[in-house]
Design a protein around this ligand. Structure first.
Ligand SMILES: CC(C)(COP(=O)(O)OP(=O)(O)OC[C@H]1O[C@@H](n2cnc3c(N)ncnc32)[C@H](O)[C@@H]1OP(=O)(O)O)[C@@H](O)C(=O)NCCC(=O)NCCS
Length: 169
């Protein structure tokens, strides 16, 4: 199958599945919920687990969500934002289950998180992405984020990152 046909069938699949998916805020008051989010990140995120929040501590700074498919009771993804100022929110720890990538869920999750950030009254979203993470860079650029900086050997020694921002209008 050529690339155009692959893209067409992929977008059809995503459209039909979107109807049945919800972004649900994590009830972080329960330690078991915090543990399940961190276990999901350890399994499906690419970041070193030392950067994940400690599930033994309250997630005061973090607003976590999971992407849930009720019909199959499947947890498809995790996303999160934190307040940096009254105007600025940073998104971190977004990921989609390894078995469910490439079906439009990452885009859907990112769109839904943006809606949550807008509803909370922020005027800008900021994120930092490893320079070799083409999937997430492509996704954010296609959603109207702009590259605002390039940071050599940044969060992790030896790993370069781009910072991207989107002004919400
Ligand atoms: C980044 C991630 C969330 C994307 O989720 P996904 O469900 O696979 O993405 P989607 O199917 O919704 O694709 C959305 C867009 O992302 C980009 N993309 C997704 N996979 C890609 C790949 N393998 N190569 C290049 N671009 C890709 C494309 O622009 C795509 O749009 P298109 O379908 O119109 O081409 C997922 O790959 C992931 O969880 N990665 C590991 C964790 C991670 O890197 N998180 C970000 C930390 S900063």
């Amino acid at each position: 199958m050529d690339r155009r046909r692959q893209q067409t069938s992929r977008s059809h699949k995503a459209t039909s599945q979107k109807i049945d998916v919800k972004l649900i805020p994590l009830d972080a008051s329960q330690a078991a919920n915090r543990v399940s989010i961190i276990e999901f990140l350890k399994e499906h995120h690419t970041t070193d687990p030392k950067h994940f929040p400690d599930p033994e501590q309250p997630f005061n700074k973090y607003n976590f969500y999971f992407l849930f498919k009720p019909s199959t009771a499947t947890m498809l993804g995790v996303s999160c934002y934190s307040r940096l100022s009254d105007h600025l929110a940073i998104t971190r720890f977004s990921c989609i289950h390894k078995d469910h990538r490439g079906q439009g869920y990452g885009r859907l999750q990112s769109d839904c998180l943006e809606q949550e950030i807008r509803k909370a009254g922020f005027g800008k979203i900021f994120c930092e992405i490893y320079s070799d993470n083409l999937a997430n860079l492509n996704l954010k650029l296609s959603q109207g984020f702009q590259i605002e900086g390039f940071h050599k050997s940044h969060f992790d020694k030896g790993r370069d990152e781009y910072s991207l921002g989107k002004i919400l209008t």
